[in-house]
Design a protein around this ligand. Structure first.
Ligand SMILES: C=C(O[C@@H]1C=C(C(=O)O)C=C[C@H]1O)C(=O)O
Length: 92
């Protein structure tokens, strides 16, 4: 039992090692987007784009419980991303 817990946690650690650089890459790209928006005087929040992102989550995750969980994570991720975009605009 403890062996299987340890094995599963190693699996999560390996997944996180792949996920963290991708999250950082997403945040870095969002900061580039913030600079483009600032240049054009466009707002940080783009509700249509967020709906499209959430639709992609819904079409990519078949299991309904997992889909709700990933949608929740993405809502939080987009909220944090917008805060970072705002900070990027204020710093520039
Ligand atoms: C990154 C963007 O800025 C905001 C954050 C989004 C996201 O994290 O996917 C999507 C739309 C915007 O509200 C964008 O406009 O693409």
């Amino acid at each position: 039992m403890e062996d299987s817990l340890e094995t599963a946690r190693q699996e999560i650690q390996s997944i996180d090692a792949q996920l963290i650089p991708l999250l950082v890459k997403r945040l870095t790209t969002a900061q580039q987007i913030a600079q483009i928006k600032q240049h054009h005087g466009w707002p940080v929040f783009d509700p249509k784009r967020e709906q499209a992102v959430l639709r992609q989550v819904q079409t990519t995750v078949p299991d309904s419980r997992e889909q709700r969980a990933v949608v929740e994570i993405y809502r939080k991720l987009m909220q944090t991303t917008k805060q970072l975009e705002q900070q990027t605009m204020e710093d520039d």
